[in-house]
Ligand binder design. Structure first.
Ligand SMILES: *Cc1c(COP(=O)(O)O)cnc(C)c1O
Length: 394
């Protein structure tokens, strides 16, 4: 008799360890905020997506608690059977009003939103043209389809036009891009993308996971930021990052919503958001609509932090948002930088190959509105100290 063991899995894990890519999640205690505890140590957090500090906001907590009292813990079903509660409907109406689109359809996460929307919209009659740095959920969503696929180099509008030209009017073309790129913190050239789309009769699909609550008036996203209302066909947003809860949505035409209700598999075959989640999201969106001063201080913090690091001689790549990568290089060097930073009391996630190119490892810092200037100055001091010690700074 032979006994199966998972030795072969360990071989792969050992390989990851050798190359500086092995990492188990830290376990944190307490609510998400700039200072968090892990293994009994208090660390300044520069890695969460809690851009506006909404995860712990008293109004949002209260809405969740009240929804549990009223509806219970779960929704009991998928959306298409008995899992659409009035609270889900209200959330979708509020989001459509906020985004200024005909309709919104909410999913359980941003990930399932992309998976569901892309796999429904793309088939053998479509060509999908995707920025090379798009999020994993976009890549996976596209992989599920029989669409013809093309990639354009990051934000390279000449290549995008080339792909569109090659297609002519052979297939229905969809251009897919992140609104804000999660590893580099740069903004997609949406006006140029929309112009090319209009020139070649293509559809535009933008994933605003890191732009929701961050870019545009009251955090309406990149379409609003560039004043492209009515010219972007599919706007994906998350409720998981700046909105502070969990979930995702598609904002667009009413026909798009009704189509996805019939086709999107995570919507059809996975239980809907628990009532507390939908209620918390609704409270968060209502709060967001009055939060421009908070968003302004988020951007003020981001500009302060980024320019301080640049003054000290760090390379922050193409960052122009609250996502500020500090470029280090090879995976092992990046992991070591992040580890030493943690010893100094600052938690900033090292991001290495294969998430980014082999020589483009970086410590990715995310600034929030909840950080004080003192917090950020403390972080810069520690990053400089580690930079000098490791030879990243000459
Ligand atoms: C985080 C992220 C997602 C996934 O969103 P979740 O709600 O966390 O599942 C999708 N797209 C992009 C661009 C993201 O950054």
């Amino acid at each position: 008799m032979t006994t199966n063991t998972f030795g072969y899995l360990n071989t792969e894990l050992e390989r990851l360890r050798k190359e500086g890519m092995y990492r188990l999640p830290a376990v944190w205690s307490g609510a998400s905020c700039p200072w968090m505890e892990t293994e009994g140590r208090r660390l300044l957090q520069l890695s969460s997506n809690n851009y506006l500090g909404f995860t712990g906001h008293p109004d949002i907590r209260a809405a969740a608690i009240e929804a549990i009292r009223q509806y219970g813990a779960g929704s009991g079903s998928v959306r298409t059977i008995t899992g659409t509660l009035d609270i889900h409907d209200e959330l979708e109406r509020e989001l459509a009003d906020f985004k200024g689109t005909e309709a919104v359809l909410v999913f359980q996460s941003g990930f399932t939103t992309n998976q569901g929307a892309l796999s429904s919209l793309l088939g053998p009659d479509e060509l999908v043209i995707s920025d090379e740095l798009n999020h994993a959920s976009i890549i996976d969503g596209i992989r599920l389809t029989k669409a013809e696929r093309a990639i354009f180099a990051h934000k390279d509008m000449d290549q995008l036009e080339q792909r569109l030209k090659e297609n002519g009017s052979r297939k229905r073309a969809f251009i897919v891009t992140d609104g804000v790129f999660s590893m580099d913190g740069d903004i997609a050239p949406l006006p140029a993308i929309v112009e090319l789309a209009e020139k070649y009769g293509a559809y535009v699909y933008v994933d605003d996971a890191h732009a929701s609550g961050v870019l545009g008036k009251n955090g309406k996203g990149s379409t609003d930021h560039f004043n492209l209302h009515g010219r972007v066909h599919v706007q994906v947003g998350t409720l998981s990052k700046a909105v502070g809860v969990v979930g995702g949505y598609v904002a667009g035409a009413d026909v798009l919503k009704r189509y996805l209700i019939h086709k999107a598999r995570p919507f059809l075959f996975s239980t809907s958001q628990p009532p507390a989640v939908a209620a918390a999201c609704l409270a968060a969106i209502r709060l967001l609509r009055q939060s421009q001063p908070l968003i302004d201080s988020l951007w003020d913090n981001a500009d302060f932090f980024r320019s301080r690091l640049q003054e000290e001689g760090f390379d922050t790549g193409g960052s122009e948002t609250p996502i500020v990568p500090v470029l280090i290089g090879q995976p092992d060097k990046t992991a070591e930088f992040s580890r030493q930073l943690m010893q100094e009391g600052v938690y900033a996630q090292g991001i290495v190959y294969p998430t980014v190119a082999m020589d483009k490892g970086r410590v990715r810092c995310i600034v929030t509105a909840a950080h004080t200037k003192d917090d950020l100055a403390f972080a810069v001091d520690k990053i400089v100290a580690v930079g000098k010690r490791t030879g990243v700074l000459k």
